[in-house]
Structure formats: structure tokens, C-alpha cells
Design a protein around this ligand. Structure first.
Ligand code: DP6
Length: 362
């Protein structure tokens, strides 16, 4: 599909008011998105596990404006309180999505949002936050104009991408690929799609224990981070590698090849950080505790053969990934050895999830 296919035909009816609510999950990339072109187009394809517990709940009330005005009108409440510092991000999002949802200036919105995880946890809330918000606005459009479910999911992902790239992978579960890749004909730079190939059941209930090593604000924001890939000496090779890793992942997922999976996922995580260390300016986002965790995990895996591995996002926190069949052993090891490296001992037990859910529509 092309961008223009997401522009609706002229509306004929406008409801006076209403309210919609969605819960959207976060996701964790296996092959990472790092680097983008204009209009939120990724420099390389990526794939992620949709999460289950880490999610954002958003409800949007809409009331038709009495007098048409040229700007956007909205109030924003985060965890029940007005949140002025989130407003510029929402304003930018509205500006980007308005061509595709041309009813937005006709309404006043009250956006109420909250996360299932602490905002200060350093967990990316932009993926779940932007996908929940995109779903709410698109639900409103679906009351104005009918749309097929398949189109609804694509457009939700398309809109979420304009808020935050990785958010387009948070509409569906349980594995989502985003970005054009030769090995998957229907893949697109414009939206994420549910991974259509065979996946061994071992990957179906995969667990993700998120170790919160550092809960503060991120040292490098995502926009600055992605921009570091412009003129990066290794950029082209890295983008090529992401394509190759997606090719390699296909038989790994199909055959339930845990060794291949762990190697690929850990290499992706370390490559992401290597890109940050070799850009100009350069950053080290891992912390001493991040490395302690990685080393302890490697030692444990070697000694016990328990198939647990790690991945990282653009920060110090560690996602520990393992099949459900070894959950007891993995959790015991995490509690005994790794939790000591978490800030205030905090961690989140998450797992692969089925995607966003509508909560209500009034
Ligand atoms: C390291 O999706 O947060 O988590 O498009 O600028 O909002 P923006 O970036 P964002 O970047 C996520 C980068 C990553 C890897 C990934 O999720 O694929």
C-alpha cells in the first residue's frame, strides 16, 4: 500500500461526541531498528516480540467544536494529572497524522493515559503510548467511516509509526516485522505486519524479564540516536546486516533453533550499542551493572545449558529472554544473581503478547 491509500474519502457524517479506549503493549526488537530517513521511514527492516504486561492504557473523549477553528485542541492527562511537557510530542503527532485523519481539527479531545509500568523505569513508553493513541484516533475515524479490519490494523500501524517508529510494531502480536525486506514480499516501510511464516511452538510463550538497571531519563533521545546513523562510517554495512539477519532468523524461528536464536539476538543487541559507541558524538549507554548481568548470564548458560539470552534497547536495561519451559530455573537464577544489579531491585516479568486490545467505545 502507498501513503495516499491511507487518506480517507470525504466524510459525510460527524458524530457530536463520544469516547474510546485502547490498551497497547510495548515490544522488544530482536533485529533492531536504528537509523531512519525522512517521514519516519526506517533505514533497515526490524522484527520484534510484542510484549504483554508492559502496556499503555489510553482513552480519548471527543466533542465536536462549536465553531470550526484552524488548530488542534486537546487536554492531556497522564495518570490523572495534566501533563504539559507531553503536549509538544502529541502536537507534532497530530500534525503528522492529520492528512490521514482530516477530522482532527473538528474536535476537542481529552486524552487520558497511563502506563502499566512506572514512567521513570526507563522502559520505552513511546511504542505503547503512540500505538494506543493512534488506535484511539483511528477508532474515532471508524465511527465516521466504515473500514475493514485488515485495513484498520495497517492504518493503525501506519499512524503509530508517525508518532514513533517502533510503535508500529505494537498493534499486533506476537511477532511483528516492519520495513521492506526482500524475503517478505508484503513487508513495508510504512507499517508493521504480523510475521507470516511458520514459528516453532518454543517461541510462542517466550518470556522477557526486564531488568531495570537504570530508571532515569535516557541519555540519548531516539531522534538524536537515529540521526547518529547519518554519515556513520559503518551505517551501510549495518543496514545490510539487518537484512541478512532477518533472512537468517527465518529458519531459526521455523526450526526452533535456540542456539541460533540466542546468537543472533545477542549479536543484534551488541551491534546496536557498537553503533552508538562508534558514532560522532559517541555514547556508552551500558552501565557497569549491564555488563555484570551479561557476564553472569553467559557463565550461567555455559554451566547449566539453560537457553537464556539477553537483548538491550537504547539504554542500560537488560531484557532476559527464555522459553517458558525453563521459566522456573531462569527466574531462580535472575533472583539469586541478577536482581542485585537492578536499581532498587526492580524488574518486570513480561512475556510475548497478542497485541493491542480495545477497551470500550461509547
Ligand atoms: C533501539 O522507535 O523509539 O528501541 O522513531 O524516533 O520514535 P523514533 O524511535 P524509536 O526507536 C527505537 C529504537 C530501538 C530499537 C527498536 O525498537 O527496534
Amino acid at each position: 500500500m502507498t501513503e495516499t491509500e491511507f487518506i480517507p474519502k470525504a466524510y459525510t457524517n460527524f458524530p457530536e461526541k463520544g469516547k474510546v479506549g485502547w490498551k497497547a503493549p510495548s515490544n522488544i526488537a530482536l533485529v533492531k531498528y536504528w537509523g531512519k530517513k525522512a517521514n519516519q521511514i526506517p533505514a533497515n527492516p526490524s522484527i520484534s516480540f510484542t510484549l504483554d504486561v508492559s502496556a499503555t492504557i489510553t482513552q480519548v473523549s471527543y466533542t465536536k467544536k462549536k465553531v470550526d477553528s484552524n488548530g488542534f485542541s486537546f487536554d492531556l492527562l497522564f495518570e490523572g494529572k495534566p501533563k504539559e511537557d507531553f503536549k509538544p510530542k502529541i502536537q507534532t503527532f497530530l500534525e503528522r497524522i492529520e492528512p490521514y485523519l482530516p477530522f482532527l481539527k473538528k474536535y476537542h479531545f481529552v486524552i487520558e493515559t497511563s502506563n502499566s509500568f512506572p514512567h521513570s523505569s526507563g522502559i520505552a513508553s513511546s511504542a505503547s503510548g503512540m500505538s494506543a493513541l493512534a488506535l484511539c484516533f483511528l477508532s474515532i475515524e471508524s465511527k465516521i467511516q466504515d473500514m475493514e479490519l485488515d485495513f484498520f490494523k495497517k492504518k493503525a500501524s501506519f499512524l503509530a509509526r508517525l508518532g514513533s517508529g517502533s510503535a508500529c510494531r505494537s498493534i499486533e502480536g506476537d511477532l511483528v516485522q516492519w520495513g521492506h525486506h526482500q524475503g517478505l514480499e508484503m513487508s513495508s516501510d510504512l507499517y508493521g505486519i504480523k510475521y507470516p511464516f511458520v514459528v516453532d511452538p518454543i517461541f510462542k510463550n517466550y518470556q522477557d524479564t526486564i531488568l531495570l538497571v537504570h530508571k532515569g531519563q535516557k541519555q540519548v533521545g531516539s531522534t538524536v540516536g537515529h540521526n547518529l546513523m547519518h554519515d556513520h562510517p559503518y551505517a551501510e554495512k549495518r543496514f545490510e546486516q539487518a537484512h541478512l539477519n532477518l533472512d537468517k532468523l527465518k529458519p531459526i524461528l521455523e526450526e526452533g533453533d535456540l542456539q541460533g536464536f540466542m546468537q543472533l539476538v545477542e549479536s543484534e543487541a551488541l551491534t546496536l550499542h557498537a553503533m552508538m559507541m562508534t558514532s560522532m558524538p559517541y555514547f556508552i549507554l551500558m552501565m557497569p551493572d549491564t555488563l555484570e548481568i551479561i557476564n553472569k548470564l553467559w557463565r550461567f548458560r555455559k554451566e547449566t545449558n539453560v537457553p537464556i539470552c539477553f537483548t538491550l534497547d537504547a539504554g542500560a536495561n537488560v531484557h532476559v529472554l527464555y522459553p517458558e519451559s525453563v521459566k522456573e530455573k531462569a527466574i531462580q537464577f535472575i533472583k539469586d544473581e541478577l536482581v542485585a544489579h537492578c536499581e532498587n531491585g526492580h524488574y518486570i516479568c513480561d512475556q510475548i503478547g497478542t497485541g493491542a486490545k480495545q477497551l470500550f467505545e461509547e
